[in-house]
Design a protein around this ligand. Sequence first.
Ligand SMILES: [Zn+2]
Length: 306
Amino acid sequence: MEGMTIIRHCPLNRTEFEERYDSDAACYGAIARITLRKEMKCPRCGGEAGGTMVMASVESRGVPWKKQLWQCRQCRHKFNALGNTVLAETKLPLRTWFRLFWWMCATDEPTSARKAFSSETQAEQGFQIKQERSAWTALQRIRRAMMPKEKLSGTVQLGLTEVRHLYRRRGSPEACAAIAAIREPYAATIATLPCLESDAITQFAIRHIAPGSTIITGRASRFDGLGVAGFVQTREPQTNPEDPFTRPRFVDQLAKHLDSCMTKVHHAQVSECNLPEYFAEFSFRHAYAYKSVGQRFYKLLQTILK
Ligand SMILES: [Zn+2]
């Protein structure tokens, strides 16, 4: 069912994308189709009983269209399909957001505000953003909405990585990050670590992995605290006990891509406080690297409207 939904809603290519989402009303309709399938909480009374769809006649730049709204079953308050998603209370037109999404999915490299703001990108992608700062804010909003909403659970691979230019910092440019990932269905959490000591690793696991989960690690003794913290720890049999960076295989792939992404693309220009959002975009790109642009676009839409 999920597969069929994706085929029906994914634009095949840029031309089809442009035809389908040629107005704010069309973009709104696509959003409403996704939010319609989930429980929307009423922003006024918090009613969880769900709502019903109603139609309102509205006008956008002189063009009348039927806007689908939610109506709370309890207090009858009407609210729009953007609810409390990342697109609520935005000043940018939905058309611009959709073109940003498409561009994000179509470029090979991670996005940056500078690229989004460049006149080449804007002309090519058909969106207009007046300030580089607005482009940065919009991209950060999208990335934030890509961040994992809950702790990883089940069988989780955990590994450490050292990235030479992870973020902007004077003095010592090396920084360590921990990566926790599930292969199927894909989910990953990446965060910087203050050091490679056992305590820091255990704290990362407690924060990002559900208690009782099975964690696959390398053989280094610094992972020993995980068992005490209530996780089931399994070690990869073939890894080197002396090397802190020997990693389970899937995390190893992620770590190598992370290194090239942060070093070659961002050139250590990201501030440490903004890293979680950049990691989220990295993780999304990694997950859907082999999908078509249209499939990535629809997945992005689903992810950020959660
Ligand atoms: Zn209500």
